[in-house]
Structures are given as C-alpha cells and as structure tokens.
Write a protein that binds this ligand. Structure first.
Ligand code: NAD
Length: 494
C-alpha cells in the first residue's frame, strides 16, 4: 500500500505517523494509499524550515523568482497528463476536467511571472523641498494554504505562485482525500530551482489545521473549503493575529428570463450542474425559471441529461463518481429529503447503474422546489439541480439576494438592460451573463460575498499580491553637499 507523507525542506518526510487517513479511488471504491497525518511537532518542523528559508528567499531577486516560476510552468505543462491522472484517481473527476483544472492553475503561475511589474510601488518626488516619498511592498514570512478536495491542484495554485513570487515561504495543507497531486507539484517546484524550504506540504486533518492557525511563525492563512470551517479558520486565525482570507461554500443560482435562448440555457445548466459531478464551488445548483418557460427548459435539460454517461473518469465517461462513499451518501440523502419535502423528481441519480463498486450517483433534477426546502437552503455539492419557478425578475433577484451564500450566479437573457440591472443589483461576488460559470481568471480576483467569503481579500489577481505583502511608505531626504548640503523646507508638523 502506497504511503504518502509530508514534503518538508525539499524532500519527503521519513517521520513515522501514528495517525493516517485512507485515500480512495472513487471509481473502484478501493483504498489506493494511506496518508500520514501531521502532529503539532510536524507542523512546528515545517514552520521552522519555512522561517529559515524566508531569511534568504525574501532577498532573492525578482529575476530569480520569475525564472523559477517560468521553469515551473514548463514542467507543469510537460507533466500535465501525469498530474491529471493523479487527480482523477483520487478525486474521481474525468480526465478532461482534471487537465482543465491544471490549466486554470497554470494561469496563476503565468500571472505571478509578472511579479516585477506587480510589485512596483509608487513614488512622489519633491513632496517638500528635497524630500521624496515612495511606497514598497514586502513579503510577510511563512504563510499557510489550506485547501479543499475538489481542486487538489488548482486551489493551491490560486495562492502559492503569488505568495512565492512576493518573497514568502509556503506551507500547504491539502485535503486528506486527494493528497497526491500536490506532492508532484512540490517535486516540480524543486526541479524548477526553488530552494528547499520555500515550499512545504503537511498532510492531515483538524490537528494540522489548528497547529497552523495558532503557530506564531505563520503570518497569513489562505483557506478554501466549506462555510462552517471557513468561518472557524477565519475566527481562529485572526484571533491569533494572522491575516486570513477564507473562501467558503456556495449555492449558485442561474436565472433564466422568458426571452432567453433556452438551448443555450439548457446546455449551461448541464455543464454547470453536472460537470465534475457538481463538486465545484461555481457549480449551478438552483435554476430560477421566470415563467412561462419552466416546462420547456426542463424538457430540454432532461433530453440532454439522459445522454450523460456516468462512469470511470479514465475510461471516457462524461461524469465521474463522487469523492467518497460518505459524500455520495450525504448527497443521496439530500435527494431523499427533497422528495419528502414535496419537490418533484424529474430524473433520479440514485438509479444510476455502473459496473463497479465506485461512489456513483447520476444526475438528478428536481422541479417545484420551494425556498424553504433543505435542497434549496443548503449546499449539496453533488450532481443535483433544483428548478424554482417564479413569476418575475424581481422575485428571482430577491431569491438570490436573500440566500446566505453569494459566491457565483448567472443570468440568461437577450435583454441587455435586464442583464445590466442584474449585475448591478445582485449581491454575489461573481456574475455570469449568458455564461453559466464565470471561471476564475488569474488577473482578476476570485471570491464570493456573504457566507462564501470571510475576510476582505479575494484570491489571486492584484488582491492576491496585496494579501501576500504589506505596504511600507518611505519619506526620504538626502543632503546634497554640491548644493551647500542644506536642505530645509520640510514642514515640522507633518
Ligand atoms: P472542508 O471544509 O471539509 O475541508 C477543507 C479543508 O479544511 C481541508 O483541508 C480539510 O482537511 C480541512 N478541515 C476539514 N474539517 C476541519 C475542521 N473541523 N477543522 C479544521 N480543518 C478542517 O471542504 P471540502 O469538503 O474539502 O471541500 C468542499 C467545500 O469547499 C465546498 O463547500 C465548496 O463550496 C468549497 N469550495 C469553495 C471554493 C470557493 O472558491 N469559495 C472553492 C472550492 C471549494
């Protein structure tokens, strides 16, 4: 049985672990590896190494940093298939989705290659006679990245390329459900020339997370995961004096107005609802149909959904299994709850037949969903779509704005005025117009509102650079002997 251990100071840790986690291949239901869980001592060792590495890395030239990132980009491209296979084997998503997540992560590496430009400060000459003022941004120190199971490569890549480019050192605590992809990433960073200790990985559960949240050597925490844990991480990390950004769960609505292109909307509902088996924070989960189009739209979605082949992601299926049996059962229990609460099942994923013991659940569509039902109120994080029928745009908007989550949303319409009004009025961080999932673009920042984000910095883009640096303003006066060495005029009371 393969054993996966921590990556500290440029190599795999040989430490014996009392506690381990099972890693599954969700398509077969078999355990594929055991992952070591970090103790407080493991985390302390990683922080000590990252602190030591910081003393040199923070003084590395911007050229050196970008050379490492350019080399890393090449290596990830060369190893993309290998990375995608690791992701599919432990997460279950189909290979094309796995490869797509690596591509999205690489875009942040490419963005971080522009760090010499991004770190340029401001300069004001002669604020007083002979006095200049300028601003610089400096790294924080060792930072922690705690990531969820659903994007084991991309989510860490939202953060570490920028953190490293800004001169910080990093400790990643990946999800214990799919820990292998980040280990290959660590090897590729080393191969790219990153000095040992700048990038470290500790595996584990709450013990490792708590140790990172309270360790005085950790200066900032970037977290992505479910809302209750995001809130906990934000509260604990900030209480310990750290800078924290914690991205949480989602319940993304897609509003379909009566004038929308229903074929486009149905295609979007299928891709955004059932892609990656709905295990995406930008998945559409609630379709708000503004009457009279609901019947027609449901028919079109059904037509398409019945063609989706659920099966092993390495063997040409359209949709893979869910990540674990526990998660599959939880999603199935939401379907049972929806049925009990009176929603109408149009097609039922519990009936899916796949020839293996994997964690299978096919696509499910509910109609007649009401805003007080659990399948509407809570994040399901599986291939389950709910249709809510409403009479007007205002009713649709109120549903979105009243929901506790505000990660992403989409509107389908041919009315530019309505779309513009929606983008202005909706209380959600990321909006798609005739686009189901507004995908993360590296040079914009990514993050939601309300219970989908705790903290005030979104991920990557210029907000990422800001998060991983702190500002300093320098006021400078140099006496100039060639002009008499006298330089007066700076106001005494400023
Ligand atoms: P999760 O909250 O269970 O786990 C996330 C991380 O927290 C993991 O590393 C895990 O080991 C750790 N963790 C779990 N329980 C903990 C505890 N009690 N104390 C401390 N740490 C703990 O999330 P998940 O199931 O891995 O991922 C799915 C969730 O992530 C969904 O809610 C999804 O919406 C969310 N997500 C959000 C975004 C976003 O951008 N907002 C992106 C991807 C995923």
């Amino acid at each position: 049985m393969e054993s996966i251990s921590h990556w500290i100071n440029g190599s795999v840790s040989t430490e014996k672990s009392d506690r381990t986690g099972d890693v599954y291949n969700p398509a077969t239901g078999e355990i594929s590896a055991k992952v070591n869980f970090a103790t407080n001592q493991t985390v302390d060792q990683a922080v000590t190494v990252a602190t030591k590495a910081f003393t040199e890395w923070r003084h590395s030239s911007l050229t050196k940093r970008t050379q490492v990132l350019f080399a890393f980009r090449e290596l990830v491209n060369q190893n993309k298939e290998k990375l995608a296979a690791l992701i599919t084997n432990e997460h279950g998503k189909v290979l094309s989705d796995a490869s797509g997540e690596v591509t999205r992560g690489l875009e942040v590496v490419e963005f971080a290659c522009g760090i010499p430009h991004l770190l340029k400060g401001g300069f004001s000459e002669e604020v007083s006679t002979g006095v200049d003022v300028y601003s610089i941004r400096q790294p924080l120190g060792p930072v922690a990245i705690i990531s969820p199971f659903n994007f084991p490569a991309m989510v860490p890549m939202w953060f570490f390329p920028i953190a490293i480019a800004c001169g910080n050192t990093v400790i990643v605590k990946p999800s214990e459900k799919d820990p292998s992809a980040i280990m290959l990433v660590a090897q590729l960073l080393k191969q790219a020339g990153l000095p040992d200790g700048v990038f470290n990985v500790v595996h584990g559960d709450k013990v490792a997370v708590d140790a990172l949240l309270t360790h005085p050597g950790i200066k900032a925490v970037s977290f992505v995961g479910s809302t209750p844990i995001a809130k906990y991480v934000y509260e604990s990390g900030t209480k310990a004096g750290k800078r924290v950004q914690a991205l949480g769960g989602a319940k993304n609505h897609m509003i379909v107005l009566p004038d929308a292109d229903l074929n486009l909307a149905a295609d979007a509902a299928i891709n955004a609802g059932f892609g990656s088996a709905g295990e995406r924070c930008m998945a559409i989960s609630a379709i708000v149909a503004v009457e009279p189009i609901a019947d027609k739209l449901i028919e079109k979605i059904k037509e398409r959904a019945l063609k989706i082949k659920t099966g092993d992601g390495t063997k040409g299926a359209d949709m893979g299994p869910l990540v674990t049996k526990v998660h599959r059962d939880k999603v199935a229990s939401y379907i049972a709850a929806g049925e009990k609460e009176g929603a109408k099942i149009v097609f039922d994923g519990r009936d899916v037949k796949v020839d293996s013991e994997g964690f299978w659940l096919g696509p499910t569509l509910f109609d007649q969903v009401k805003p007080n039902m659990s399948i509407y109120l809570e994040e399901i994080f599986g291939p389950v779509l709910s249709v809510i029928r409403v009479k007007s745009y205002d009713e649709a908007l109120k549903l979105v704005n009243d929901h506790q989550y505000g990660n992403g949303t989409a509107i389908f319409t041919n009315d530019g005025g309505a779309a513009r009004r929606f983008q202005n009025e909706v209380e959600v961080g990321m909006v798609g117009i005739n686009v189901p999932i507004p995908v993360p673009m590296a040079y914009f920042s990514f993050g939601g509102w309300k219970n989908s984000l705790f903290g005030d910095s979104h991920a990557h883009g210029t907000e990422g650079v800001h998060f991983f640096t702190r500002g300093k303003v320098v006021t400078s006066r140099w006496l100039d002997p060639s002009h008499g060495g006298i330089n007066l005029g700076f106001p005494q009371n400023t």
